[in-house]
Design a binder for this molecule. Sequence first.
Ligand code: ATP
Ligand code: MG
Length: 381
Amino acid sequence: MKELLLVRYGEIFLKGLNRPYFIRALIRKIRYALRGTGSNVWVHDGRIFVEGFEDLELVIDRVTRVFGVHSVCPAVEMPKEDFDALCRQAISMMADMKGTFKVNARRSDKRYPMNSPQINMEMGGRILEANPQLKVNVHDPEHVLNVEIRDQAYLYVKVIPAVGGMPVGTNGNATLLLSGGIDSPVAGWMIAKRGVQINAVHFHSYPYTSEQAKEKVLDLARKLSYSCCGIKVHIVPFTEIQLQIRDHCPEEYTTLIMRRFMMRIAEKIAEQTGSGALITGESIGQVASQTMEALETTNSVVSMPVFRPLIGFDKSEIIDIAKKIDTYELSSLPYEDCCTIFTPKHPATRPKKDKVAEAEQKLEGETLIAAALAGVEVVQV
Ligand code: ATP
Ligand code: MG
């Protein structure tokens, strides 16, 4: 008898002729997630199996976090000839279960001496005998004991939900503006979940922001990189731009002008890295720079689509996801971000785009951006 993990995918099914492409992509991502565990990933009849592992819990933990995996089922593979042994195995798999169940047999080996209804009846009867707490319900059972008769027999019952989404890389590439806060890692995770490969851009203002603040962002990227299959983080020196803004622009607009520079620089990096969109962690009205007028002001300096997956989320909802994806604790470490230095006492909440653009005129925008881009440090995590 051999322990296996059956991997089920959801939405990939919808992709018609592209299905083999998505399955291949998913297998690559599962292999990536399982590297170092000694396990094998293989496909049979459009079904993905993992085998050859020592630690089932570890394999389940890793595979259920791969985008594109809908659920996993611990399964056993055993010789099909000994029907009594199959029943004993089925009984042991159902031993700790309560409520209703059915047996769902599928026989691709048509020479097998019993047909599917016979297997259902006989095995179901024996399970009931051994576990009188259970009841049969063939229409809407709480548990389904699956038996597949192929070259070998496969049995599985437990279904463990996984993250869902689509395999990373099957839906293009986007650039995440990653701060050290709670929101932007969640925003990146949500877009990556839809099969998008993420690049990150982080602006830091050394020495006003510390080395620790930068390390914290890299640690956040590392957390994300597990599900996102590696992330390139572009660290942009932002001190000079912030000082110029502080010294030459009206105080009420400083945050907005800073955000406009971030967007412009991120768009340039996105173009260089083949990204089709930018991603931010903004949510309507969360802070002064995220009112509708403020968003229009910062959005208007780029032409690339900007994805804001958190736009309609409350902070508490964002925190729930951050906890689920395990970025919350890191994000809560108290290092300053360049958005939190030189903050105006009374930021404009209903800025006029033209006024902000005028206020920016005093800066050598092109030169500042070119200098920042020249100083970018790239870290692959
Ligand atoms: P977060 O929790 O993501 O930091 P926030 O509520 O603090 O969000 P802001 O500081 O206004 O919001 O930033 C809005 C968005 O701008 C962030 O979600 C992020 O996408 C981007 N951003 C802010 N600061 C930085 C930075 N230092 N580097 C890269 N992107 C940033
Ligand atoms: Mg922030």
